[in-house]
Design a protein around this ligand. Structure first.
Ligand code: GLV
Ligand code: MN
Ligand code: MN
Ligand code: MN
Length: 395
C-alpha cells in the first residue's frame, strides 16, 4: 500500500482526542465515542454490520460471524492520559485498510472476517487494563467490573450504557473466532525492520500501594514527631527502581495521589500505583515481593503503614507458536520479538489462536505524545496484515 493511502485514512482518525499534551481518549469519553462513530462509518462504507457486545467491545463483520471459524483483526481506541496516537488505533485503521487490499486483490474471504475495537484496554478510566477483552474471556469477575467506578464516581454501566447483568464471559462469541491478529506499534526500540511478529508478552501487573500516616501541620510539627507517608512513598519509589535494575525487570510508579494534597500539610495518606514487569514470572514475583518488603520495613521506621493490593496481574503470554512461525515465514522471515507491553491479544491468546504484528517505532517512545511510526512503515504493516488475512481467511 502507498504511504499516502495509509496517511489519508489515518488523517480522519488522528485528530480525535489529540491535545497540546498528547491524546486523552478514555473509554466512553467524548473522544473515544467519536472514535466509535468513526468505526461505524468505516464499517458502513465497507458494508460491514456493526455490533457492540455485552462488554462494550465493538465488532464489524464481513460475512456471517455465526458461521464460525472467523478471522478477526483489531485493537483499541482508548489511550493513557497524555498518550500517543498509534497505540491501539493503528491496529484498527490497518484492519480496515487490509480488508480494502484483499478486495482489490480480488480475494474473497472463505470465512467470516471481523474488525474489533476492545474497550478500556489501557485501564485509564476504570483502573483495569484490557477490561473489555478480560470480561469477554472470563479473566475478570463481572461483579468486580460492575462495582468499578471512575475517579468521578461514574460506574462502568453508567459510562458504557451497558446492562451490568450482561457483563462477563462470552463463550459463544469466542467459539466463533478461529484466529485473532492484533497489529500494534512497537513500543520500545526493539524492532529495527518495518514489521515484526510477536513471540510473547512479559508477565506484568499493577499493584496499589496505600501508605497511611498522620496528617499534621507543616509548620508546627517537629520533624521528630512526624508520621509522614510521603517519605515512605518516596523511599519506595527509589527502592522499586533499584530492585528492578538489580533483577532485570521493569518497575514504574507513574501515578500518585496524596490526601489532602496540601502544600502546608503533612499528608494523611499517599496512594501510589506500581507497574511491574519482567521477562519471567519468578523475576516479577521477586521484584514485587522485594518492593513490598522494603516499603514495609521503611514504614516501620517512619511510623506509617503500607498495604499492597494487586489490581490486575497478567501471566506471561506465549503466542500460538504454529501461527507465529507461519506468519513470520509468510512475511519473509521478519523479526520475531517479545514485548513488555500488555495487549488485548495477550488476553485473547488464552482462548483462541492469536498473533501480533508490530510496526517499527523509530523513537522508541510510547504512552507519551512522541509516539510515532512513519507512514511508510504503517503502510508496510497494512500490507503485512493483508497478507496474513489472505493466508488465514481466503484459503
Ligand atoms: C498497555 O499498553 C500496557 O502495557 O500498559
Ligand atoms: Mn498502551
Ligand atoms: Mn495498545
Ligand atoms: Mn496496552
Amino acid at each position: 500500500m502507498k504511504p499516502e493511502r495509509f496517511a489519508s485514512l489515518w488523517g480522519t482518525l488522528a485528530p480525535i482526542g489529540r491535545g497540546a499534551h498528547g491524546y486523552h481518549r478514555f473509554a466512553w469519553s467524548p473522544p473515544e465515542l467519536a472514535c466509535r462513530d468513526w468505526f461505524a462509518e468505516q464499517a458502513a462504507e465497507r458494508g460491514m454490520p456493526v455490533e457492540t457486545d455485552r462488554n462494550g467491545n465493538l465488532w464489524a463483520w464481513l460475512g456471517d460471524p455465526g458461521a464460525g471459524d472467523a478471522v478477526v483483526a483489531g485493537s483499541h481506541f482508548d489511550s493513557v492520559p497524555g498518550g500517543g496516537g498509534y497505540d491501539g488505533p493503528l491496529g484498527i485503521v490497518s484492519a480496515f485498510l487490509a480488508l480494502d487490499l484483499l478486495r482489490e486483490r480480488g480475494l474473497t474471504p472463505a470465512r467470516p472476517v471481523g474488525v474489533a475495537a476492545f474497550a478500556e484496554e489501557e485501564g485509564s478510566r476504570f483502573g483495569i487494563a484490557c477490561l473489555g477483552s478480560r470480561l469477554m474471556c472470563g479473566a475478570l469477575d463481572p461483579e468486580r467490573a460492575a462495582a468499578l467506578r471512575d475517579p468521578d464516581g461514574v460506574s462502568l454501566a453508567e459510562a458504557s450504557g451497558l446492562d451490568p447483568a450482561g457483563f462477563g464471559p462470552d463463550p459463544q462469541r469466542l467459539a466463533g473466532i478461529g484466529a485473532f491478529v492484533e497489529l500494534h506499534v512497537e513500543q520500545g526500540r526493539a524492532l529495527t525492520a518495518p514489521v515484526g511478529v510477536a513471540s510473547a508478552i512479559w508477565p506484568h501487573g499493577r499493584w496499589r500501594l496505600e501508605f497511611a500516616g498522620e496528617g499534621n501541620h507543616a509548620g508546627t510539627t517537629l520533624m521528630a514527631d512526624r508520621h509522614d507517608p510521603m517519605l515512605t512513598f518516596a523511599y519506595t519509589v527509589l527502592a522499586a527502581n533499584k530492585e528492578a535494575r538489580l533483577r532485570g525487570g521493569h518497575a514504574t510508579i507513574g501515578r500518585v495521589a496524596a490526601v489532602p494534597n496540601a502544600t502546608n500539610a503533612i499528608p494523611a495518606s499517599v496512594t501510589g500505583w506500581l507497574d511491574a514487569r519482567a521477562a519471567d514470572q519468578s523475576t516479577l514475583d521477586g521484584l514485587v515481593e522485594a518492593v513490598t518488603v522494603r516499603a514495609t520495613e521503611r514504614a516501620g521506621r517512619d511510623g506509617t503503614s503500607v498495604a499492597v493490593t494487586a489490581e490486575s496481574v497478567s501471566p506471561v503470554t506465549g503466542f500460538d507458536a504454529a501461527l507465529r512461525d507461519r506468519l513470520a515465514a509468510l512475511l519473509g522471515g521478519v523479526p520475531v520479538l517479545p514485548t513488555g507491553a500488555g495487549h488485548d491479544a495477550g488476553v485473547l491468546a488464552t482462548r483462541v489462536p492469536t498473533a501480533m504484528l508490530f510496526v517499527r517505532n523509530p523513537t522508541g517512545v510510547s504512552h507519551a505524545p512522541g509516539e510515532y511510526a512513519t507512514d511508510e512503515d504503517c503502510a508496510a504493516g497494512v500490507g503485512a496484515l493483508a497478507d496474513v488475512l489472505a493466508e488465514l481467511a481466503c484459503r
